[in-house]
Write a new protein. Structure first.
Lengths: 480, 105, 41
């Protein structure tokens, strides 16, 4: 029995991370679409500031996102004006998918046939996907059936999808005439989330030789609200992704908590494994289309390309201890309680100090902290500052207060236990979740870390139900 | 500053009277502090919200300014603001808000 | 300084949140009439 229980220790078996480079869809982000309505002259300015695929691939933060280099190895900024030598589309954690293939994936993600593809795009994408490493997951016959006349659809009532150059390449028809929860725009958001999340899960299985049928449960932790007018946000992106990724034996559900969702979702997954309910649980967060171009005005103001041109998606697989993979320490979970308070110190106390004390660890026993890893090159031009650096300085200041480091060592703490931000501003994906693949390498043979803390915070007040702060954390530990 | 927040401030100004109101900011970056302070004094410099053309002329401070800190019980201040006071660039934040105050005249 | 004043607290989730500002200013004799927190990430 003791043996049986030991194998139920939950471990992070695998992780993946993908980007879909979608410059044409930037116009459909929440902020750009609102500003385009106010200012028709903006269209040309946006069009002229969108990056091509090679630029997106050569962008060091994107290479770090798919695991080709560690964020600490990105080199000096600015990254956007340099193209990394030897940059590749495919990395150890996933890939950077070009727009045409991703739009085809939207059609493959759409069981209700709302997406229509222009014939030239469909042919080119079919050719590319036939040679894609994940080709066995793609139903190219279904792609042929999605070919239609997007421009005619748009003339009726559909939403047009345009390439970076401004050509109408696809359309999304509304799901219901009157229900705004099934409008073409909402369906597009949800399909983009499903397609990118599924791509992440497919890469996770493909790269780690995991049989799709071995996954028992898929937890969605994305930010999109799937549902109709009677159940706005009804959910179950998890099951939709499980189906698309051919996890025939899996069921699924969603865990929602704004940007923080992936961490509670991973804790739920690990708990299900520890309790013996399931052997293998995947947690998947798909991309967030409304956040494309969120800070584009700052980029335009500084004559930079619009850098929020990618959807990010992450998948992790949590299962029984395999004696190699990093262990998820469920005894170390840090939670922000109702009584905790909203100040930065109260949040850090709840997520860092209290749980570490509980398990007898000091802040300096953690080799790395994964927290909000938003790329500062995206946020600084709009005046939002360097989010990860602020987080790491906060952690370092806590370590000073606890007498663990000298004040003069704050910089060293930040640069060694922290890292530069590299994730697109895709909320939940940027919140520690994207670091899962790197954490796995840090904590196994190739790395030298003993422990990594994963920590995320959520802005609950955005939904106007409470002014409570929130967040969750846990420690990943080297096995053996 | 978010247009929705701007509307709430505009509503509060008409309800309570401009002269009775004091705005206290907790903004982390100097750029955003400058914009927020300008928005509630001389008007939204980004022309994005309802305060674009409105000179509210409100008193505005940042929570990290000495004069604000001195008005608050030290223990309470440390509990709620202490950590961020160590992390944020206080000098730049204060300068940003001071500039908006002097522009207001 | 804040005694009897009506306070608008504009916090940011990534800086000092408005409930933290409000707690300080209320204790300093102000009356918080609006507490807004913004989030830009």
């Amino acid at each position: 029995m003791a043996n049986g229980e030991a194998t139920r220790r939950p471990a992070l078996l695998a992780a993946s991370a993908v980007l879909a480079h979608v410059p044409g869809l930037v116009r459909m982000g929440s902020k750009p679409s609102r500003e385009l309505e106010r200012d028709s002259g903006l269209e040309a300015k946006i069009g002229a500031s969108l990056r091509g695929f090679d630029e997106a691939v050569g962008y060091a933060p994107n290479q770090a996102f798919v695991g080709l280099l560690h964020p600490r190895e990105m080199g000096p900024r600015p990254h956007f004006s340099q193209r990394l030598e030897g940059a590749q589309r495919f990395g150890p954690d996933g890939e950077i998918m070009p727009e045409e293939e991703f739009i085809a994936l939207l059609a493959l993600a759409d069981p209700f046939k709302r997406v229509r593809l222009a014939s030239p795009l469909a042919s080119r994408a079919a050719e590319a996907l036939a040679h894609h490493p994940l080709h066995r997951y793609f139903d190219l016959q279904a792609l042929k059936q999605a070919v239609g006349k997007p421009e005619a659809e748009v003339a009726r009532d559909a939403l047009g999808l345009f390439s970076r150059e401004g050509d109408c390449v696809a359309s999304v028809a509304p799901g219901h005439e009157q229900d705004s929860n099934l409008s073409a725009g909402v369906l597009l958001e949800n399909l983009a989330c499903k397609a990118s999340g599924s791509l992440a899960l497919m890469h996770l299985m493909d790269r780690n030789d995991i049989d799709p049928a071995s996954i028992d449960y898929v937890i969605g932790c994305s930010e999109e609200a799937v549902g109709d007018r009677y159940q706005r946000g009804g959910g179950n992106m998890g099951k939709a992704i499980a189906e698309m990724a051919q996890c025939r034996e899996a069921s699924g559900a969603d865990v929602k908590n704004f940007c923080a969702a992936p961490i509670p979702a991973m804790v739920v997954a690990a708990s299900l494994v520890a309790a013996g309910v399931f052997r293998r649980v995947a947690v998947v967060g798909g991309g967030s289309l409304p956040k494309l171009g969120m800070k584009f005005e700052g980029h335009l103001k500084h004559s930079m390309p619009i850098l929020e041109d990618t959807l990010g998606a992450v998948g992790v697989l949590i299962g029984e201890d395999d004696r190699v993979s990093p262990l998820m320490r469920l005894d170390s979970v840090g939670t922000h309680r109702v009584r905790s308070g909203a100040s930065a110190e109260a949040v850090m106390e709840a997520l860092v100090t209290e749980p570490l004390k509980r398990v007898g660890l000091r802040m300096t026993d953690l080799d790395e902290y994964a927290t909000e890893l938003h790329n500062p090159e995206l946020t600084e031009p709009q005046g939002s500052g360097n989010v990860p650096e602020r987080n790491y300085r906060m952690l370092a200041a806590m370590a000073v207060r606890q007498g663990l480091i000298e004040r003069g060592a704050i910089g060293h703490f930040v640069s060694t236990r922290g890292m530069p931000g590299y994730a697109p501003t895709q909320g939940h994906v940027a919140s520690a979740f994207c670091y899962a693949g790197h954490a796995q390498r840090s904590l196994t043979a190739v790395g030298s870390a003993q422990r990594v803390m994963m920590m995320a915070k959520g802005s609950l007040f955005l939904g106007m139900m409470t002014e409570q702060a929130d967040g969750m954390s846990f420690v990943l530990e080297r096995n053996g | 500053m978010d247009p929705h927040t701007q509307q709430l401030i505009l509503d509060a100004a008409s309800e309570h009277g401009r002269e009775n109101l004091v705005v206290v900011l907790g903004t982390p970056s100097p750029e955003a502090a400058a914009i927020a302070a300008a928005t509630v004094t001389t008007g939204d410099p980004t022309y994005a919200g309802p305060l674009a053309e409105t000179q509210l002329g409100l008193s505005v401070y940042h929570i990290l300014e000495d004069c604000v800190r001195q008005a608050i019980d030290p223990k309470l201040y440390d509990e709620h603001v202490g950590l961020m006071a160590e992390v944020l660039d206080r000098g730049a934040l204060v300068a940003a808000v001071e500039q908006a105050r002097s522009a207001k005249g | 300084m804040f005694e009897g004043k009506k306070i608008i607290a504009v916090g940011e989730r990534d800086g000092v949140a408005s409930p933290a500002i409000a707690a300080c200013l209320e204790a300093a004799g102000g009356r918080v009439v609006l507490a807004a927190t913004e989030c830009f990430v």
